[in-house]
Design a protein around this ligand. Structure first.
Ligand code: G1P
Length: 276
């Protein structure tokens, strides 16, 4: 059973400056909900109720969001605005939230390693909240991955096909397809130039990791941009055992870029509309 979900949320969000100067990028709203809330909802849908969040300086709004706001709730109690808080209130009561800070930005691998203290020795999910994943047709992406984990009991990364000239933005995998949309990873490269990319199968921000990853990260050397990369650690893990890559059902929006953010907003606006 996967019981915990880790949210690395310490990054600066420089692509969204000045909006992210004093506000965490994970709190940017798509319609009326902050990005990280979509991630928490996706985890809950997958049966996960313990959220472990890696924060950093200037990220306190995340903690406040997943808490009661007494003054606000008192003010709007009994008014027509009260229902606007129902969804988040219900979400909070279903979950626990624990936090630790990444003191220095040393890469996603380092952020996940810092989360070890909140996770312990059990398999866990990872959500990068600026990758917003929606599956209108059925189960959410994490739910799909949890089910796959139950079958194979190994670390899994979510992947999608990207245009060949865009591989430099992603971790890229190579591997053998062992069932439809499921690959046994044989190679993994962090942000390769198109000429060096083994395929166009790009990792997106959803992972299921087994706890042996913590020891492997500790033994992994800094890679791309001098940072500790989870992609490199997973490659080391794949060499020792088995790592799967899963072509998920649904859509992913890169909400860390203005273009993806606007796309996600329009997509959800067309589904849900504006003012309720
Ligand atoms: C991270 C990972 C990368 C992955 C990407 C997905 O990169 O390092 O392997 O493809 O997330 O969004 P980042 O976008 O944080 O630079």
């Amino acid at each position: 059973m996967i019981k915990k979900c880790l949210f690395p949320a310490a990054g600066y969000g420089t692509r969204f400056l000045p909006a992210t100067k004093a506000m965490p990028k994970e709190m940017l709203p798509i319609l009326t909900k902050p990005l990280i809330q979509y991630g928490v909802e996706e985890a809950v849908e997958a049966g996960i109720h313990n959220m472990a969040i890696i924060t950093g300086r200037g990220k306190r709004a995340i903690e406040d969001h997943f808490d009661i706001s007494y003054e606000l709730e008192h003010q709007i109690k009994g008014s027509s605005k009260e229902p606007l808080l129902t969804e988040i209130r219900n979400l909070i009561t279903k979950c626990t939230f624990s936090y630790t800070r990444q003191i220095e930005m040393k890469g996603l691998g380092d952020a996940i390693l810092k989360g070890g203290i909140l996770i312990g020795q059990e398999p866990f999910a990872v959500v990068l909240a600026d990758d917003l994943c929606i599956n209108q047709e059925g189960e959410g992406v994490l739910d799909q991955m949890v089910k796959l984990y139950e079958k194979y009991k190994c670390s899994i990364v979510a992947i999608m096909e990207v245009p060949e000239d865009k591989t430099y933005k992603y971790g890229v995998i190579d591997g053998k397809e062992i069932e439809e949309g499921v690959y046994m990873v044989s190679n993994m490269v962090e942000k390769p130039e198109p000429k060096d990319a083994p395929t166009n199968l790009a990792i997106i921000g959803r992972y299921i990791l087994t706890p042996d990853i913590f020891e492997v990260i500790q033994k992994t050397k800094p890679g791309k941009n001098g940072e500790l990369q989870i992609t490199d650690a997973l490659m080391n893990l794949a060499q020792k055992g088995m790592v799967l890559a899963y072509k998920f059902q649904g859509q992913r929006f890169d909400c860390g870029s203005v273009e993806g953010y606007v796309e996600a907003t329009n997509y959800l606006y067309n589904i849900e509309g504006g003012d309720k």
